[in-house]
Design a protein around this ligand. Structure first.
Ligand SMILES: [Zn+2]
Ligand SMILES: [Zn+2]
Length: 214
């Protein structure tokens, strides 16, 4: 599996494009906000002749969905995410709070992802892990064959997600990390929604917030 990431929008969301030799691809958290960012993503997809099969969202915070409408318009793909995410205000309301007014509501899911679902494209399989706490229905996407997991804003390099936003809960977040992410093999590479990648082993040993809770 090949992993390409971009950092998009004012809060530097990592948008991941996953693909393999079959050219089938999935996008995780399209945060492409400006026209330039959206064209940069499209150019990468075009240059590599990728067939984008899925638009996946770890969660629906505004920074992770700013490019959803662009993907829908360009590739006809609706996003897929956990249904609990719809308990939060939509993009328009969220961006008012964060001072980045958006005057439209992006297209929603026509298919929800549940805990344990397998998403397949090319020879790649991603297992959805329900890891709430940062948001009501945060998902992490785990590729066992490729020893990596995409954690959105649940777990970062030496940090964990904030829990002061809609439906956040520190207790729930910590339990998600303890029960769903830390049991993964220690060499699993963690690709978060912001900042550098890390590993399960590294976070078990050196994440200050995880040490406190063990
Ligand atoms: Zn978030
Ligand atoms: Zn985020």
């Amino acid at each position: 599996m090949q992993i390409k990431f971009f950092e998009f929008n004012p809060v530097f969301v990592r948008t991941y494009v996953l693909f393999d030799e079959t050219k089938e691809a999935a996008i995780i958290d399209c945060g492409a906000y400006t026209d330039e960012e959206q064209q940069r993503l499209k150019k990468f997809i075009d240059t590599n002749e990728l067939k984008v099969k899925y638009l996946l969202n770890t969660h629906l915070h505004f920074d992770h969905i700013l490019g959803n409408q662009f993907i829908y318009k360009t590739y006809g793909l609706k996003p897929q995410y956990h249904e609990m995410e719809e308990l939060m205000p939509g993009l328009r309301k969220q961006t008012v709070v964060f001072g980045l007014p958006i005057d439209y509501e992006p297209v929603g899911a026509e298919h929800y992802i549940e805990d344990g679902d397998i998403i397949s494209f090319g020879n790649i399989r991603l297992k959805a892990l329900l890891t709430p706490g940062h948001s009501p229905g945060s998902l992490s996407f785990y590729s066992e064959e490729n020893d990596c997991v995409f954690t959105g804003d649940v777990l970062f390099h030496h940090d964990i997600g904030r829990t002061d936003l809609w439906g956040g809960s520190e207790e729930t977040l910590i339990s998600s990390i303890q029960n769903k992410l830390l049991p993964l093999p220690e060499n699993t590479e963690i690709y978060p929604g912001h900042g550098p990648s890390t590993t399960v082993k590294e976070e078990k040993q050196h994440n200050p917030k995880i040490k406190i809770i063990q």
